[in-house]
Design a protein around this ligand. Sequence first.
Ligand SMILES: Cc1cc2nc3c(=O)[nH]c(=O)nc-3n(C[C@H](O)[C@H](O)[C@H](O)COP(=O)(O)OP(=O)(O)OC[C@H]3O[C@@H](n4cnc5c(N)ncnc54)[C@H](O)[C@@H]3O)c2cc1C
Length: 478
Amino acid sequence: MKKYNLKKYDLIVIGTGSGMNYIGSILEENPDFKIAVIDKDEPGGICLTRGCIPSKLLLYPAELIRTIGTAQKFGIDVELKNVDFNYIMERMRSLISEDIGSIRIGLSSDPNVDYYHDVAEFVSAYTMKVGDKTITSKMIFLCTGSKTIIPKIKGLEEAGYLTSDTILEMAKLPASIAIIGGGYIAAEYGHFFSSMGSKVTIIGRNKQYIPEEEPEISMLAKRDMSGFMDIVTGYEVEEVQTTAVGKKKVTARGEGNKVDFIVDEILVASGRGPTHDILHPEIGGIETDAKGWIVVNEYLETTQPGVWAFGDANGKYLFKHVANFESRVVFNNAIMKKKIKIDYHAVPYAVFSYPEIASVGMGEKEALEKYGQTNLLIGFQKYEDTAKGHAMDVKDYFVKVILENNTRRILGAHIIGPYASILIQEVVNLMYTEQENPDPIIQGMHIHPALSEVVQKAFYSLVPPEHYHHLLGHMGLE
Ligand SMILES: Cc1cc2nc3c(=O)[nH]c(=O)nc-3n(C[C@H](O)[C@H](O)[C@H](O)COP(=O)(O)OP(=O)(O)OC[C@H]3O[C@@H](n4cnc5c(N)ncnc54)[C@H](O)[C@@H]3O)c2cc1C
């Protein structure tokens, strides 16, 4: 390496998603800092360019279509005449590219920032190659995100497939689509394509649909979403072939059966993994775990001092709000020289499917393992047993809360039903109070008749787990 080619920075940031969060504050604290910001893709990160934002721009029209579909039962006679798939896709693309454009301008016009639109690769500790440049810094933020993992399935490469990245370029709605994977991306895109008019088949390897959820929530989600698409769980896709008429034959095996699905397109949504193969963190003295995620300590520092990893890159929780939360911890620890530990006790997330699902904290299984059967209380409330839920005529959707009996500490909450992602926030906020108990929700007035009553009422009806399961049995969800 020629020394004169080595450009020195005070900070190198790889990834323009959450990596960008504190650039302004960092420069306020250190106006003389020179920062290198690197991204091989369009600036804005996965959330903006191919994750949360485009998917939600597509899912909102999908939600409208499903809502219109319920109008009849309220005496409203509507007819859905046409869904303009191209308009919906184009709207998504143009809104995204506006945002990408303004981020690019911001990055390119800051005199303290050198923006590299290229791949970064470690060549030694604290030093990396970016295109034909070699740059170095004693402080590096690795915010390199994650990528779709393509499973090794015979014939898949030859037949061709889509991913959550490539579907954003689609110009034509497929008449039928098989989604390989039964997790949250599959549930969301299954909802989207089915509402647009495609015949959707979701093929999940795990017996449980959306396996991260409480089993009763997964069961209810599968029951209701099966009204719009075929959901096959406990089946492993073994082979893909192209038929004589140019369709794709997907062969899956499970429960001793072999099933073929003939479809126009395949979407692979079977998991996400790290991007270490292009970054080569090991050359920079940075450890990765068995799967390739970057190992960090409780301050989010990697095994190489001064090198920090946050967001998907550390493989903890692959959500944008987690990445944002972690970026604040790293700003405080790396720049403000504090010692703040990361706290994951109340990580919320939502699946924007139809019905919507949201969760925070522990599931019942984990709570049982940690606190024992006799030290748990479960609160449960159905939407339909509140005035607003009744008015909306929703069936079986519910709020479940899990508390530690001795301390009355909220351990987790799980919701399936309309606006679950909004309703859960009340519980999330309580989990960030000192006591973490439900008193404010129990004592605070709740607007009547609003859906928030369903969350409050769940805390009124706390019972031991066995009573709760008895109740689930009556609902056919055991
Ligand atoms: C379809 C989909 C839907 C999603 N929906 C949601 C949702 O509703 N809510 C939610 O919270 N989360 C959602 N997520 C997850 C969310 O997008 C991620 O958790 C978030 O974007 C991670 O941010 P980050 O800062 O870790 O990485 P990002 O900054 O977003 O991405 C890392 C960037 O670094 C670049 N990069 C990686 N390696 C290198 C390298 N060596 N050199 C140069 N550049 C590199 C990548 O190309 C990428 O642009 C979704 C994800 C997907 C795929």
